[in-house]
Design a protein around this ligand. Structure first.
Ligand code: HOZ
Length: 430
């Protein structure tokens, strides 16, 4: 595979951008090799600056559920841009997108748009603290909720990928109120409530973990968190930045029939443009300024281009059968990947919920961060590189999710399974 142009750009980028990238995992450090620079995306495919084409399972880390440059989104954005790119004042688009989101997730009685998942989660926690007048929060090992100081504790995603237990620059006082429990362990959370019965403001969870690779919740986990938070007067926050529209059209809260107090959203609701949101119970959201005293603001919040892309994406997903056929294709892909690993006698576990999946190089079930981190990351790196050589672009880390879009048809899925067969045959499986 020719990569001369990417290599030249990477050298230039490293002079100005730390690691040559604007987000750490993209640097390919966990999988070896150098990042590819992307020229364009179309449907299920990414094209790099050397003219290589890849079936894309990163999809901008999830939001491109309709694939790259979907004609409906592109046309709507071109049209919207002629009317202005930012107002810093209310526009009807915000109401339209909020109403659409509420149709999919009726638990969200009110919401506030922000610009990223990080903003959404850090504000939801500020709100939970304001509402409960308590300071402690509970998060889970290997879950990632963006890079706000208080949440950079045993986090997943890039933090896990680079093996950074915590980050310098985060004052210990900022994380002193962050309690951590193993994912899927309700008893550990019960013990924390036992120890701090009146101090915990909220439990925040990725209801299906995506940032340690995809890890589904055990049947008792989410109901257990709901019961515990309710009985101790704490709030339950579902971080659905990844799972929203990915595990079910109504998110994990619909799939598992659990009503969180607050939900954080990102990615998909901007159709690939920068956006996030937090929302939930009306009595809690009424604490947000200017109705209430909890302050949060942003010039680009509710940006008309992001709202437009979000509206068109969600309208497309409202079409009957759209989500179901996406899940059917994801299931076909994952069955094919599992069979390929079995035939190659490679010890692998493929976890999937809805349209999110991860191939773990493990010989036992991956149910939490302890089991995820014991996977063979070297083998994952070899698999990643072998897939790339064969035209398939996976997330460059064992601890991330793969995603499918409506543009991934049978041809792309069959080609991916065939590529996996050849890739697995080419790597050392001992
Ligand atoms: N933390 C993001 C995925 N879980 C990666 C962001 C990026 O590199 O774009």
């Amino acid at each position: 595979m020719k990569t001369t142009n990417s290599q030249q750009l990477f050298s230039r980028a490293q002079q100005l951008l730390p690691g040559g990238v604007d987000s750490p995992v993209r640097a390919f450090r966990a999988v070896g090799g150098q990042p590819l620079f992307i020229a364009r995306g179309a449907g299920a495919y990414l094209y790099d600056v050397d003219g290589n084409r890849f079936v894309d399972y990163v999809l901008s880390w999830g939001p491109l559920i309709l694939g790259h440059a979907h004609p409906r989104i592109v046309a709507a954005l071109a049209d919207a841009a002629t009317r202005g790119t930012s107002f810093g004042a209310p526009s009807p688009l915000e109401i339209e997108l909020a109403e659409l989101i509420q149709q999919f997730m009726p638990n969200i009685e009110m919401l506030r748009f922000v610009n990223s998942g990080t903003e959404a989660t850090m504000t939801a926690l500020r709100l939970a603290r304001a509402f409960t007048a308590r300071n402690k929060i509970v998060k889970f090992e290997g879950c990632y909720h963006g890079h706000a100081d208080m949440l950079l504790v045993q986090a997943g995603s890039g933090v896990a990928t680079l093996g950074l237990p915590n980050s310098p620059g985060v004052p210990p006082a900022t994380t002193a109120d962050t309690l951590v429990a193993p994912f899927n362990d309700v008893n550990a959370v019960a013990q924390l409530f036992d120890k701090y019965p009146r101090d915990i403001a909220a439990v925040i969870v990725e209801p299906v973990a995506g940032n340690m690779g995809v890890v589904p919740p055990a049947p008792e986990f989410l109901p257990g968190l709901r019961a515990l938070t309710q009985s101790y007067g704490a709030l339950l926050i579902f971080d659905e930045v990844m799972t929203g529209w990915r595990v079910h059209r109504g998110g994990a809260q619909t799939l598992y029939n659990i009503k969180p107090d607050l939900t954080t959203l990102g990615k998909v609701i901007g159709g690939g443009l920068p956006v996030g949101a937090y929302g939930g119970r009306r009595d809690i959201m009424q604490l947000v300024a200017p109705v209430g005293p909890m302050y949060q603001a942003g010039t680009l919040s509710g940006n008309p281009l992001a709202m437009t892309a979000g509206i068109e994406t969600l309208k497309e997903l409202q079409k009957s059968g759209m989500f179901e056929s996406l899940v059917t294709r994801a299931a076909k892909l994952v069955a094919g990947l599992s069979a390929a690993a079995e035939d190659a006698r490679v010890r692998a576990v493929v976890n999937r919920v809805g349209t999110m999946f991860t191939t773990f190089f493990a010989d036992r079930a991956v149910t939490n961060w302890a089991s995820a981190k014991s996977c063979d990351t070297k083998k994952f790196g070899a698999f990643f590189r072998a897939m790339l050589e064969r035209g398939v672009y996976l997330a460059p880390s064992q601890f991330e999710a793969g995603f499918l879009s409506t543009a991934h048809g049978d041809a792309e899925i069959d080609a991916t399974i065939e590529a996996a067969r050849r890739a697995l045959a080419s790597i050392d499986v001992s």
